[in-house]
Design a protein around this ligand. Structure first.
Ligand code: AMP
Ligand code: ZN
Length: 483
């Protein structure tokens, strides 16, 4: 893997707004923190784009030979209905609505999220850091910064954002946009100040509450990520990621707390990276819009989840990506072609370990390295992979080892996926697959016998059952179930 490190990895750091060469805090290591889900509901496919991006980053770092420590948190307390500490706790609200405990809600949606993580072939982080497991340490964190940087008011302990240098540097350019709006809370000194501890209102009991020097209550969402990232990765670590909405409030607030805690102007992470939104025609995909697309909806329609991963990889993580079913089906077709190409190489491979790589493959490997080192340009890696698969005369064993390198980075499970795994197969389909295959064979026979009436009758019979025969498909993808 050493050669992979020869090309320096350039990443876009939002803080200076520049591409920077990745230089780890601890030589040979990469320490990454990713803001994870708030588990009061399912994650939609837009949320999952954020983890596909973080996974691409982690895979690239490890392919380049860095020893990766990746932490993703689970926010199971503290995230209010507004990012700026107004409204209700999302968890408590969802629990009240469902008539369940907040703990049950958190467990249910965390499990659903983990299932989607697996389905998208996203690698497990070193740790899933659960917010409610760290509340005592969050209180210690808050105690440390309370005197110098915080003030108490009726609803909680607030962070005074004027006590740290250059508050909001990460967001600034966008403060007029909707994402950056701040709601007023009684008693706050400055508009941008935020709660690091939220007191349980007098006379109320919350399902999730803890004793603290400021009374019973719960930690603020921003405090969670500051405390957990520094606990596991150190006071100065390499990379912090999240979706671009976090650039406006959540990450600036984390930075302010990190600065206060470390008594330093440094933001805590050397590089701050944000994935852009998945949008649909109605705009940014969001949970508050009520009706949102989950990975399960795609699966129910018979689309393999890795087709969605490929769809994300086709766009640069910093570009907006529009979701349409057409784009998704096109990504599925592309994945099928790739998988069939890999299948051909596998069939040819003899299991020989080559000592010297063919010069053409050396070149493709280098191009892959250049593309991914250019701020994770996954969209550029895909045609290189296709180019590799189009090579007919090169030793298959060597091709396979280069395919494995592509897959280390892209995570499309290329060495295990089979063509038959990718057939569009909707949840509602009641047809038996062997029946379909048999009918297709019969139709093929009828065609060779020039019995076109029979061939048409078989086609009509299948169409009536929702099976779309794909005559003339250059992939010979004979059939699919209509979605
Ligand atoms: P949440 O569960 O709301 O805290 O969000 C989980 C992650 O998804 C965060 O990193 C968000 O920034 C990110 N995110 C939210 N909406 C989208 C979207 N439409 N496209 C891409 N990422 C998103
Ligand atoms: Zn966070």
């Amino acid at each position: 893997m050493k050669d992979n490190a020869t090309h320096p990895l350039k990443l876009f750091n939002r803080l200076p707004r520049e591409l920077e060469i990745f230089t780890p805090v601890h030589p040979g290591e990469a320490r990454v923190y990713t803001c994870g889900p708030t588990v009061y509901n399912y994650q939609h496919i837009g949320n999952m784009r954020a983890y596909i991006f973080a996974d691409l980053l982690g895979r690239t770092l490890s392919w380049k030979g860095y020893q990766l420590t990746h932490i993703i948190n689970i926010t199971d307390v503290g995230h209010l209905t507004s990012d700026a500490d107004a409204g209700d706790d999302k968890m408590e609200k969802a629990a009240a609505k469902a008539g369940k405990s907040a703990w049950d809600i958190a467990k249910y949606y965390t499990d659903a999220y983990w299932l989607d993580i697996d389905r998208l072939n996203i690698r497990q982080p070193a740790k899933w850091s659960i917010a409610t497991d760290h509340v005592e340490e969050m209180i210690e964190f808050a105690k440390k910064i309370a005197d110098k940087h915080c003030y108490e008011c009726e609803t909680g302990l607030y962070f005074d954002t004027t006590t740290v240098p250059d508050y909001g540097a990460l967001a600034r350019a966008n403060t007029d946009e909707g994402e950056g709006r701040i709601e007023t809370v009684e008693g706050k000194r400055n508009q941008n100040d935020f709660a690091i501890w939220r007191k349980t209102p007098p006379g109320e009991t919350r399902q999730m509450e803890w004793d603290s020097p400021w009374g019973k209550g719960a930690p603020g969402w921003h405090l969670e990520c500051s405390q957990m990232s520094m606990k596991y990765l150190g006071e100065t670590f390499d990379i912090h990621t999240g979706g671009i909405d976090h650039r406006e409030i959540h990450h600036p607030n984390e930075i302010a707390q990190n600065q206060a805690h470390n008594c330093s102007a440094h933001s805590g992470a050397n590089i701050w990276m944000h994935n852009n939104f998945l949008i649909d025609r109605a705009g940014k995909m969001s949970k508050s819009s009520g009706d949102f697309l989950r990975l399960q909806v795609l699966i129910d329609k018979g689309i393999h989840p890795l087709a969605y991963r490929l769809m994300c990889l086709q766009a640069h993580y910093r570009s907006e990506l529009e979701f349409t079913w057409e784009n998704l089906v096109a990504a599925l077709t592309r994945l099928k072609r790739i998988v069939m190409g890999v299948g051909k190489q596998r069939a040819k491979a003899a299991g020989n370990q080559a000592v010297i790589e063919h010069p053409r493959l050396v070149q493709i490997r280098q191009q892959l390295n250049e593309a991914i080192s250019d701020d994770l340009n996954s969209s550029k890696c895909l045609p290189l992979l296709e180019d590799l698969l189009a090579q007919k005369k090169l030793p298959a064993d060597q091709c396979l080892s280069l395919i494995a390198a592509f897959d280390h980075i892209l995570g499309l499970d290329l060495l295990a996926l089979k063509r038959s795994d990718l057939r569009v197969r909707s949840k509602d389909a009641t047809i038996d697959e062997t029946d379909i295959e048999q009918k297709i064979d019969q139709r093929q026979q009828a065609k060779s016998d020039k019995d076109f009436a029979l061939a048409d009758a078989i086609r009509n019979e299948l169409t009536a059952q929702g099976v779309d025969l794909m005559d003339g498909d250059p992939l010979r993808w004979e059939w699919r179930i209509e979605i």
